[in-house]
Design a protein around this ligand. Structure first.
Ligand SMILES: NC(=O)c1ccc[n+]([C@@H]2O[C@H](COP(=O)([O-])OP(=O)(O)OC[C@H]3O[C@@H](n4cnc5c(N)ncnc54)[C@H](O)[C@@H]3O)[C@@H](O)[C@H]2O)c1
Length: 358
């Protein structure tokens, strides 16, 4: 079985006091904070001294990525407007934190001029499918126009590789007989999924037209410490949070819906593999290939918490797929990436973190 890699609960850090000494220019919203930290970490993967940007690095996945890259000795800058992310998620040894909205092109221009990144990991996004359904233009303003702003800055400033957070769960339709493969038809139903598909198309265009090396990682259902329990999709976080506060979670439908749950640390390693691979081709599924139904997941979370609470069953949500599992053999073959954290271990890691939260 998969060996346990890290106890991510231990990675919860707060910015140190020197945060208060960061240079703030200019004041107010849309401004940025930056600091250059002395870094002298061992170079385990060839990242030491390299200048990397993580957009959305104050969020769930982006912050784990920023922590890991900083620990590998990279100069990591985060661009995030803190709309859903938190400063507390950031690693202490960031080379820069830029509080900026990716829709604000002039500010992005200043950030890229100042920091001069070599590789950009684009995690910033409006991540709610239901918000995208209610407000498609708002979703597109961040998830398409924001992406284009970043891509254009990458061209202007000579970024060598762009790693994009796409979504396997919303791009493929119902694939009932086997895990979905990259070459399966893309039939996104929501504006969120449509924006991810469009983004992949833009990456292809920027690659052909401008020579920007880019790669899309189509994540399965990511879970782990720091996931927002108020979100609509992170069921491990939602179940843990409700159970810890003594409430019974609601399962929509009969709980037989199957999903592919992948621990955030494995997603981080996939980003690293995609950044370092000699060659990349378009899109890769990042999942375990293993399906787990919601009832089984609920049982695992309650077991990890030592809780005995019967869930409430509510009406099925319209548009929810019955089955979403990703075949990641292409990532294994071309990026040398395979997931390494078993679901029971990953759930324990996440549940431990939620249990220790103030
Ligand atoms: N969590 C999952 O299961 C999952 C699955 C598939 C794809 N993804 C993708 O992975 C990426 C990261 O998702 P996450 O779960 O960490 O979400 P998250 O909400 O925790 O992180 C997103 C971050 O982006 C920032 N952000 C949002 N709008 C911004 C803007 N206009 N300008 C600058 N920053 C902005 C937020 O403040 C937040 O810190 C997203 O692109 C998401 O679509 C996530």
């Amino acid at each position: 079985m998969y060996p346990r890699k890290t106890n991510l609960a231990r990675q919860r850090t707060r910015l140190p006091d020197r945060d208060s000494a960061l240079c703030l220019t200019p004041g107010g919203e849309g401004s940025w904070l930056s600091v250059t930290a002395p870094l002298g970490k061992p170079d385990q993967k060839g990242f030491a001294g390299r200048r990397l940007v993580v957009t959305g690095g104050a969020g769930f996945i982006g912050s784990h990525l920023a922590h890991r890259l900083a620990a590998l000795g990279a100069h990591v800058a985060v661009i995030d407007d803190l709309s859903s992310g938190s400063r507390e998620n950031l690693p202490a040894d960031l080379a820069g934190f830029f509080k900026a909205d990716i829709r604000d092109r002039p500010t992005l221009g200043r950030v890229f001029s100042e920091f001069r990144p070599e590789i950009v990991f684009h995690q910033a996004a409006q991540i709610s499918v239901s918000v995208s359904v209610r407000e498609p233009a708002h979703d597109a303003s961040i998830n398409i126009m924001g992406l284009l702003n970043i891509l254009e800055e990458c061209i202007v400033h000579g970024v060598s590789r762009f790693v994009f957070a796409s979504s396997g769960g919303t791009l493929y339709g119902e694939v009932s007989d086997r895990p979905a493969r990259e070459r399966d038809p893309l039939i996104p139903k929501s504006p969120y999924g449509i924006a991810k598909q469009a983004s992949e198309g833009y990456l292809d265009f920027f690659s052909r037209e401008h020579g920007l090396e880019s790669v899309s990682l189509r994540y399965a259902n990511v879970y782990g410490p720091r996931q927002d329990p108020q979100g609509e999709a992170g069921v491990v976080a939602i179940f843990s949070n409700l159970l810890l506060s003594g409430q019974a979670p609601t399962i929509f439908g009969d709980g037989s819906q199957v999903r592919d749950y992948i621990h955030v640390a494995d997603v981080v390693e996939a980003n690293i593999a995609a950044a370092l691979a000699a060659e990349v081709s378009a899109a890769y599924n990042i999942g375990t290939g293993v399906g787990t139904d919601v009832n089984t997941l609920y049982a695992k979370v309650t077991k990890a918490l030592g809780a005995k609470v019967t869930p409430i069953y509510g009406p099925a949500r319209p548009g929810d797929l019955q089955r979403s599992i990703l075949d990641a053999t292409k990532a294994a073959a071309e990026l040398g990436w395979t997931p390494s954290i078993a679901l029971d271990e990953g759930i324990k890691d996440a549940v431990d973190w939620f249990s220790q939260r103030p």
